[in-house]
Design a protein around this ligand. Structure first.
Ligand SMILES: [Zn+2]
Ligand SMILES: [Zn+2]
Length: 262
């Protein structure tokens, strides 16, 4: 995060999928760093049962008290439900099929406000009416006639995006209804298809399976990740996925993957 200039203090919510080490062992270090950097505002932590216990135990035996509050939210990994919501975003859990309880997450932007065309409005136009225009209302004059027709003074809102994070999991079509039409899907792709049996036995997926899920979900784009260390070259995983779903890419640390500009 430091290398890519991501400021830890701007993070207010952390979502943990499951308690295999490669998915959360860095967490205690991050929480401690936030403490040392002088964090005061609370942090919300979402994850399966056991996460709160592990963190609490580490704090207990290191006799550490953070100078900020960690708010634990236990996620039921068996159900699809809202686990977090604020003014801008809604997050659902996605039950995944892994060796231990595991949840993916669907991040959904809420509808955005309409965009004001500033130069069309008189300089003394009130803030209250700007808010109304942003909310899609027409503004009437004292006689009740429409003085400012919304569509003339605003552009439509920017698109709201959906991103689904699905790792770790074996191939399982039961997640399809939850991720239907997402703009971007991150799906684990631990193995190549030649290891399909091994993938199934270890509750992981192949690149081809990840691509099949993306295709069946009508996803806009697929990001592959969670590659087995056996693969020195990752291109074959991408090529395999592209035979099923063209818009597939490797998730590489430090790269940006932008969800449209409109
Ligand atoms: Zn795992
Ligand atoms: Zn893993």
């Amino acid at each position: 995060m430091k290398r890519f200039h991501i400021r830890a203090q701007r993070i207010n919510n952390i979502f943990i999928s499951h308690l295999h080490g490669d998915h959360y062992l860095g967490l205690m270090g991050l929480l401690s760093t936030m403490h040392l950097l002088g964090r005061k505002k609370p942090l919300k932590l979402y994850g399966p049962k056991g996460l709160a216990e592990i963190i609490t135990l580490q704090l207990k035996y290191s006799e550490t008290v953070f100078n900020y509050e960690v708010e634990f939210h236990t996620v039921d990994t068996q159900v699809h439900r809202v686990v977090h919501e604020d003014d801008f975003i809604r997050v659902h859990s996605i039950p995944l099929n892994h060796r231990i309880p595991c949840s993916g997450y669907l991040f959904e932007e809420k509808p955005k406000k309409r965009r004001i065309i500033k130069e069309m409005l008189p300089p003394d136009f009130s803030v209250r009416n700007i808010v109304r225009l942003k909310n899609g209302e027409d503004i009437e004059d004292e006689e009740g006639n429409i003085a400012y027709e919304n569509t003339k003074y605003t552009h439509p809102p920017k698109k709201s995006f959906k991103y689904a994070y699905c790792s770790d999991t074996k191939y399982d079509e039961s997640i399809l209804p939850y991720i239907q039409g997402v703009d971007m899907l991150y799906h684990e792709s631990t193995f190549l298809d030649e290891q399909a049996e091994r993938a199934a036995n270890t509750f992981h997926s192949t690149a081809k399976e990840a691509a099949t899920i993306a295709k069946k979900a009508g996803a806009g784009r697929l990001l592959l990740g969670h590659f087995s260390i056996r693969y020195k070259e990752l291109e074959p995983l991408k090529e395999e996925a592209r035979t099923v779903f063209e818009n597939s890419d490797l998730a590489i640390e430090g790269e940006d993957y932008v969800l449209g500009n409109s």
